[in-house]
Design a protein around this ligand. Structure first.
Ligand SMILES: [Zn+2]
Length: 447
């Protein structure tokens, strides 16, 4: 009897303890704050802004501290306490105030939450991050001779950088043309002389940012050549607007006159489409996938050229002006359209002024586009070879009659396709220069 009682007492006490523990575990915050440093490359210049993000799953963040340790010396950078209920904190700091010389230090970061864990003191997290302070920007050595770049055209350089970089490429105006690291360790960069800039305004710069945030900006030596673009006048007819009404209403819906809808598509939608192509341009392989020169639509007449400056007339008055950014090639209606070169389809769909459009990536930022298609037979992600039929010509989008609008893009910017349709131009301006500088690109000289 007493023995049984003792056993049941022990079981009861054990059950109470278990319940108490479960209650503690259930209602108590057992999560430690999570500490994330960005960037976290192991290197930093004194000026580099470092961002510490502290996130706690259950309790508000109460305190954040950051110290730099150099041997036995501890230099405080940040020490903040908070009273509100925010469970996520973001603090930005730099090592500027330390005045430290280049070399290895340790970053000691810590955070405490407002929970009753750790006997009421809050759950604490600590991280020690080894950091090399580095104030030396990368040096850039260009290996190719200064390129000749014509307005609206393309250029290419091969160069090396003296240390690891997080970003490098060519800046021209507000555009950035990223470079791509090759197996040799050198960087190759395709860039463009934007069609809308005059010679005096085209001052490209070569940029390299190292892992510590040190930035090197060198002027890029280029021979800048002018090119004049044609001007022409397009008289809009009610017939054209009526014919396009149903299609254009899906692009810009709502009550408005036909000419108003046309003008919205020709300006606002055109700008949106250019931004979309910039985004598509980022989806590129880091190696060249093209072979030989680019194929032109066979047996087709050129109807309009790259960067033709168009004035639009409606009922005798000027209503708009735009650059025409591609080649218009007219063959028979619904002519089969070959991929100009090998690569990977990065877009196949409907896009505003372009109507049905296919964009093929050829690597290193180089892409080709085929628009106003009546149909297309490829999907994004698909690999294509030079000459593969990808669709048929048509008049979708901002097109009056059946033709192919063919474009070439360098990191999302439209450039003149004529250079890329010319095997001699590619050989002289791209492949041969890169080859003599020790790099390698698909050869076109056998064409
Ligand atoms: Zn066109």
């Amino acid at each position: 009897m007493t023995k049984q009682l003792k056993i049941s007492n022990i079981l009861a006490i054990a059950a109470v303890c278990l319940l108490a523990f479960l209650a503690y575990a259930l209602f108590q915050d057992l999560d430690d704050p999570v500490l994330t440093l960005t960037p976290d490359t192991g290197r930093a210049s004194l000026a580099l802004p470092l961002t510490l993000t502290v996130t706690d799953a259950t309790s508000p963040v109460r305190r954040i501290s950051v110290n730099v340790r150099l041997g036995s010396r501890l230099i405080p950078l940040l020490d903040k306490t908070f009273q509100d209920e925010a469970k996520s904190r973001r603090e930005t700091f730099s090592l500027k105030s330390t005045g430290l010389k280049d070399g290895a230090v340790e970053l000691e970061i810590a955070a405490v939450d407002a929970s009753l864990g750790n006997f009421g003191r809050g759950n604490a997290s600590r991280r020690t991050i080894p950091l090399v302070i580095d104030s030396i920007p990368p040096a850039i050595t260009i290996k190719t001779p200064p390129p000749n770049v014509r307005r609206g055209g393309s250029g290419c350089i091969l160069y090396s950088v003296s240390k690891a970089v997080s970003q490098t490429g060519i800046k021209a105006g507000d555009l950035f043309f990223p470079a791509f690291r090759q197996a040799s360790g050198d960087y190759i960069c395709f860039f463009a002389f934007p069609y809308y800039l005059q010679i005096r305004d085209f001052t490209p710069q070569l940029v390299a940012v190292d892992l510590a945030g040190n930035t090197r900006i060198d002027p890029l030596p280029v021979a800048r050549l002018s090119r004049d673009f044609k001007s022409d006048t397009l008289t809009l007819s009610q017939n054209f607007l009526s014919h396009k009404k149903a299609e254009f209403s899906t692009v810009v819906p709502g009550e408005m006159s036909d000419i108003e809808r046309f003008l919205q598509i020709n300006s606002r939608i055109r700008r949106e489409n250019a931004r979309a192509l910039m985004e598509i341009g980022k989806d590129t392989a880091s190696d060249a996938s093209w072979k030989g020169s680019f194929l032109r639509l066979p047996r087709a007449a050129s109807k309009a050229g790259f960067a033709d400056f168009r004035t639009y007339l409606w009922q005798g008055e000027k209503v708009d002006e735009q650059f025409h950014l591609g080649l218009d090639l007219a063959s028979v209606a619904q002519a089969p359209v070959p991929a100009a070169n090998s690569g990977r389809v990065v877009f196949a769909g409907y896009l505003g002024i372009y109507g049905n459009i296919v964009v093929i990536d050829h690597g290193l930022g180089l892409q080709s586009l085929y628009s106003h298609l009546s149909s297309y037979s490829v999907t994004a992600g698909q690999a294509v070879s030079r000459g593969d039929i990808i669709g048929a010509t048509g008049a979708t989008g901002m097109a009056a009659g059946d033709h192919l609008h063919f474009g070439i893009l360098v990191s999302g910017l439209e450039v003149t396709p004529l250079e890329w349709l010319d095997a001699h131009w590619i050989h002289d301006n791209i492949t041969e220069r890169v080859r003599t500088a020790g790099g390698s690109l698909p050869d076109v000289s056998g064409e």
